[in-house]
Design a protein around this ligand. Structure first.
Ligand code: AMP
Length: 445
């Protein structure tokens, strides 16, 4: 039995005029007030406006679109029609599709709406069955959506709401042709929402062809990084990167860490090296089967594996509790990827640490990143493999920071584990807050 009229304990969500089943769901999640993107976007979305929303990583964009969609679908209830889809949310990765589907299930738990998620890499039979009688909410990756559309397993002519999550990725060269095709199949008058934390100017103009008289919301400048992420760059010679990573991982304050590599093979190599040194690590990348990908992510989420080594396939949207550190073993060649990678920590108001290993060949990437995030990343030279020669070629930096007298070695110990432990406890007592809470389809990632 649903109860749309039962009185609710008042909380900061009252101002959003959400129906009671949604207020109850956010209460269950212990959300006390809407985040800025939710506060600003939800009223317009409830009015039916198209919207381009930019907000930093981990600041609640999913609920910003999920809550008004759920409300609209509930208030405008429609009887089930075979194969019909009422709202369509596209995402660039399978893992993100699953996560968004879980969020819809949480926020919509008192609404009794039908939803399903479809993505590639798994057998389609169950997905086809779930679509047979129509769904209110479909979360999908573009490739599998088109496959099933072409097999006439679903209809898009009655889509009322269309969302591109990670919109700049969905509109870049890899996905754009598929996304345009999908958009052309949606013939009904549709409310369209585009969300991301980054929006390169060359993509921004493409958004115009998807949106009608949109509201534009920028909670913070696109590509800005969350203040609570303590970002550092460690200059190192290429041949010492592996040893540096090992010494960093000796630090037990690095409790749950996502290590990013640029390629699938690079990620595998890192895992092999770590395993050789008895550090339990798993990899997630595009060469793994879907079940291996989900398995690696689950082990990481549940704390069975402390170190997850990933390509950029895991850089966007993935929301794992308590990632204390992100380590860029290699800097990404696209600066926006840096923003998304480090945004896997410090989510929902928590704090986190992002450490980037930078060799001579990557100085150009670092410069591009700093230009996009509009700040310099602090140099951390207090480690075993600091390379003066790389550091000296960095050029002038607004915030480059040399060793401060009161700080001890940041990572690793030259001699004994005991010394290392002391360094660790000093670090724990230092200023860093701990996190609060628990297609080109054959790409290099
Ligand atoms: P998202 O950016 O949508 O991935 O959300 C990041 C994290 O913030 C998720 O773990 C959400 O559960 C959480 N979250 C979303 N909205 C709120 C809110 N209003 N208050 C507290 N946490 C929230």
């Amino acid at each position: 039995m649903q109860n749309n009229t039962a009185p609710m304990a008042s909380n900061g969500f009252d101002a959003l005029n959400l129906i009671n089943p949604l207020c109850r769901a956010v209460n269950d999640e212990e959300y006390t007030s809407p985040t800025p993107i939710q506060m600003q976007a939800v009223p317009y979305l409830l009015e039916g406006r198209d919207l381009l929303g930019c907000a930093q990583t981990g600041t609640g964009k999913t609920a910003a679109f999920a809550l008004p969609i759920l409300q609209r679908l509930k208030e405008n209830h429609q009887p089930a029609v075979k194969k019909r889809v009422r709202s369509l949310i596209l995402t660039p990765t399978r893992e993100l599709a699953v996560q968004i589907s879980e969020s819809f299930a949480i926020y919509g738990r008192y609404l009794n709406l039908k939803q399903t998620v479809i993505f590639g890499g798994v057998r389609p039979e169950k997905q086809i069955k779930a679509l047979r009688h129509g769904v209110d909410i479909l979360i999908a990756t573009p490739g599998r959506l088109l496959d099933l559309y072409n097999q006439k397993c679903l209809k898009l002519d009655k889509v009322e709401v269309f969302v591109l999550d990670e919109a700049d990725r969905m509109l870049d060269m890899g996905f754009l042709p598929d996304v345009k095709k999908i958009r052309s199949y949606i013939t009904h008058h549709t409310q369209t929402m585009l969300f991301s934390a980054t929006m390169p100017v060359e993509i921004r103009h493409l958004t115009k062809s998807f949106l009608k008289d949109p509201v534009k919301i920028e909670v913070s400048p696109p590509s800005s990084t969350v203040d609570k992420i303590d970002q550092r760059v460690l200059f190192v010679d290429r041949e010492n990167k592996s040893a540096l990573l090992l010494s960093m991982l000796e630090d037990s304050s690095i409790e749950r860490v996502l290590v990013f590599a640029r390629t699938k093979h690079g990620a595998n190599r890192i895992v092999r090296n770590l395993n050789k040194s008895k550090i339990k690590a798993d990899a997630i990348h595009g060469n793994k089967s879907q079940s291996a990908r989900l398995d690696a992510l689950n082990k990481f989420k549940t704390g069975k594996v402390r170190v997850l080594v990933a390509t950029d396939i895991a850089s966007r949207g993935i929301d794992v509790d308590d990632i204390t550190h992100v380590i860029n073993y290699e800097l990404p060649n696209e600066p926006e990827s840096y923003v998304h990678r480090i945004g896997r920590t410090a989510r929902a108001g928590a704090a986190g640490i992002a450490l980037s290993l930078c060799d001579l060949g990557e100085l150009g990437y670092l410069r591009k990143i700093e230009r996009v995030i509009n700040k310099s990343v602090i140099m951390e030279e207090d480690h075993l493999y600091h390379s003066n020669s790389v550091a000296s070629k960095r050029g002038r930096s607004m915030h480059s920071k040399t060793k401060s007298p009161q700080r001890k070695r940041f990572y690793g110990s030259r001699t004994s584990a005991g010394k290392n432990k002391r360094a660790v406890s000093k670090r724990k007592n230092a200023s860093h807050g701990r996190p609060r809470r628990g297609s080109s389809r054959r790409s290099r990632i």
